[in-house]
Design a protein around this ligand. Sequence first.
Ligand code: ADP
Length: 500
Amino acid sequence: MNDPLRILLIDDNPDDRTLVIRELRREFPDPQVEQITNAESFTRVLETGDFDLVITDYQLRWTDGLQVLRAVKSRYPDRPTIMFTATGSEEIAVEAMKAGLDDYVLKSPKHFIRLPAAMRAALEKARQRQATKEAETRYRNLFERVPVGLYRTTPDGQILDANPAMVEMLGYPDRESLLATNTDDLYVNPKERQRWQVQMEREGLVRDFETQLRRRDGTIIWVMDSARAVQDAEGRVLYYEGSLEDITERKRAEAELRETNIQLQAALQARDEMIQNVSHELRTPLTLIMGYVGLLKEGAFGPLIPEQARIIDVLENQSDQLYFMVNRLLLLQTLDTGTIRKTELDLKLLLQKAVGAWQTRAEEAGIQLSLDISPDLPSLMADPDLLSQVIYNLLDNAIKFSPSKGVVGIRAWIEGNELIIAVSDQGIGIPPDRLERVFESFYQVDGSSTRRFGGMGIGLPLCRRIIEIHGGRIWAESEGEGKGSTFYITLPLRDAMLES
Ligand code: ADP
């Protein structure tokens, strides 16, 4: 910035040169002036380009000011050049201006003092030209290199400009061949083009417009187009400028995902239907078996020896569990908001009953059951059978998955508009990545160790379904393996209290 100004002073008259230098010294700090008085030194300095500004006389013995100007501008179009002469004419001045002269100062005592001001103005103009040029270069570089299609088009579809990324995206060999087409020809569906146009005319811009375009070889691509209208001072549209991104891959992936989802839904539906059919089919013979087992047990076919009685007990127990499982399966498939019967129920009583029912089993397993119910629990509107099933299931699991004994606790309290029930144990715990999966049908964290009759991974999905159709949520939390688990249920108080 503070580098000394390097000036070429081209004048044959030594007195004039002295005058100029004196004038310059007054205005610029320590200017470096190279005085040129012959063609050789001029040619040499043109080679090096070692100067910031040129001051030239018009009449020179070895050439003239116009030649000097042209020689400078042809190699250094941005170097300011000022003609300082007493011999020029208006015609020469005009011609010189056309050739890029920055200023013209007459060599007379009156005009002499104008020289430094002219120099400053010329230098400033050159600096601005340079800055504009750099900005243009930067913009052009971006336009040429950015990996997104960029374009300018007219309202009637003529393509004014397109960057290499756009040319490549549309499969044209070069920019010219793309500019020779009309945007209308690129659209697979002409109506889409109209939709684009309507949106542009209405809003002055189009954002994330997804459409299909035809490449030059006929293949079709999906693009995302964003553009805006560029207008003149009177608001007339000059052109549109926009960007185009090839989203074919994304679209393909989305379509695949949709297809997979449809297939998955169909498979799940088929599975559910099959489960429902099989459960129905199983239930009829099972009821028959249970009936006969009951009759046998009552001695309807004669007295039983102890061995027979023991076997019949086993049969009864197993068929009961099988019946329970088949029913739960059917319930899971058929349960929806329409099938539940909400009545006013006393949650405290329901929880006490559940704990009572599991007491013996818990004691046998060396587990202590604890109940902590907030005294201000209001009565609830809910389906008592279904809600009991949820609590029974959670307690069953809590005891089942607590091999190292400990405490299984049930707590219930109000928080805001919700009733919260928590069932916690000090058992094997659930790994974090499985906390959600335990609510998926037929999922068991460790199938081998937990498998027993009735344990098929339908308990928790059924719990979730029941709680969700009551407008609540259920989820599991666990400190990690071996650190116990807590199952939380929330039920909306207001909803739960409304008759359904
Ligand atoms: P099931 O129908 O087999 O009883 P659930 O749907 O009730 O199955 O539970 C699914 C799986 O979630 C269980 O097999 C078990 O792996 C895990 N799980 C459920 N409750 C607990 C718990 N309190 N502690 C640890 N794991 C549990």
